[in-house]
Design a protein around this ligand. Structure first.
Ligand SMILES: Nc1ncnc2c1ncn2[C@@H]1O[C@H](COP(=O)(O)OP(=O)(O)OP(=O)(O)O)[C@@H](O)[C@H]1O
Ligand code: SF4
Ligand SMILES: [Mg+2]
Length: 335
């Protein structure tokens, strides 16, 4: 079966004040996603997760590479073809309030993407928006309210309804539950899961919280300084990480890392994406780094089918993960 999304060597850079320097926010990322799957994307702040999501949504233009959605390269599309293709891909953002127009009633906000694309007549659009209200579990009387008259959880349901109104194949969720408290997080994650099974959606789920990923994703990709370091099934990455950066992220998650075990503290900040370190870009913070790590960019290795890692020593390092059982801490809404 051909994949839903096939990203190959994608690069996005931003200008800086100096004309000869660019921020390499996404610097050669490749992965595939299948129809209906959830791929988690984790990494520290500044690693390029949102830029990757925004590039797929064409909110920023990639500088190189391809991103094929059901065979069509999103990077090369322009004008009308681009707008048509973009209906298949939608995004839900972190701040449920900021992404809604404060002066528009929420039902009209859900109709808006249909109106912009001139889908059906007003009656059809209203009926479709109400259908979405039901689907995301919002009571229809809330439709006449303005965003500030809704709770955070209700607003995020409106955002999800708005993202689904054009019937997309892939939804990029960028920290979509991070602004909510733990009980609400569990509720919205459950909703996303139900919508996925009813509608066959795929999610690219961006978060800094590994326990959220463990709760919702099938596979997870770990990003550092514009590149992927490791990608594979969630349970394998969490219980048996193969990349030292993944090991550190797993160990630093208070909600899944049991008390009393050693926490690996990553010293220093993430280096500048204008001048990333030579060789392995994690080497300046890696406790296993050798001279070779400064000289050679690590090639991808596949320690198990579907599990890939970019570290010279992936086959020999004995890295520690956590127990699979301790990753389901969002169940019941309690940490
Ligand atoms: N519009 C922009 N202009 C210049 N640099 C930018 C711009 N947007 C992001 N960056 C830089 O690109 C890099 C990646 O940023 P990005 O927002 O993609 O990271 P992130 O992984 O989503 O981080 P966070 O977890 O904080 O949301 C950072 O160094 C950031 O400062
Ligand atoms: S290649 Fe070297 S620096 Fe990079 S993660 Fe592996 S051991 Fe650490
Ligand atoms: Mg971000």
């Amino acid at each position: 079966m051909s994949p839903l999304l096939d990203v190959d060597d994608l690069r996005v850079s931003y200008p800086t004040r100096r004309r000869d320097e660019r921020v390499k926010a996404v610097d050669g990322v490749s992965f595939v996603m299948q129809e209906g799957e959830t791929l988690g994307l984790i990494g520290e702040s500044g690693s390029g997760k949102s830029t990757l999501g925004r590039a797929l949504m064409r909110l920023v233009q990639p500088t190189a590479g391809t991103a094929r959605l059901r065979g069509t390269d999103l990077v090369a599309l322009r004008g009308r073809a681009g707008r048509e293709m973009s209906a298949h891909l939608q995004m839900v953002f972190q701040d449920p309030h900021a992404s809604l127009n404060p002066r528009m009633r929420v039902l009209a906000s859900i109709e808006e993407p249909l109106a912009i694309r001139r889908v059906g007549d007003r009656e059809h659009r209203r009926a479709r928006a109400l259908e979405l209200f039901d689907l995301v579990g919002l009571s229809r009387e809330l439709g006449a309210r303005y965003p500030h008259e809704l709770s955070g959880g209700q607003k995020q349901r409106v955002n999800i309804a708005r993202a689904l109104v054009l019937d997309p194949a892939l939804v990029v969720c960028d920290e979509a539950v991070s602004a909510l408290d733990v009980a609400l997080q569990a509720e919205i994650l459950e909703l996303l899961r139900r919508l996925q099974s009813e509608l066959g959606l795929a999610y690219l789920f961006i978060t800094h919280d590994l326990s959220v990923v463990a709760h919702i994703a099938d596979r997870v990709a770990v990003m550092y300084l514009g590149r992927l370091m490791e990608i594979g099934p969630v349970d394998q990455l969490v219980t048996r990480p193969r990349h030292p950066y993944t090991e550190a992220l797993v160990s630093a998650q208070p909600r899944i890392s049991p008390d009393g075990r050693e926490r690996i503290v990553l010293e220093g900040d993430i280096p500048s994406p204008v001048h990333p370190p030579s060789g392995c870009r994690f080497r300046t913070r890696c406790r296993y780094a050798t001279e070779r790590c400064a000289e050679e960019v690590p090639a991808w290795r596949e320690p198990a089918p579907g599990h890939r890692v970019a570290c010279h020593y992936a086959d020999t390092l004995e890295l520690s993960g956590v127990d699979a059982a301790s990753t389901s801490t969002l169940d019941g809404g309690r940490p």
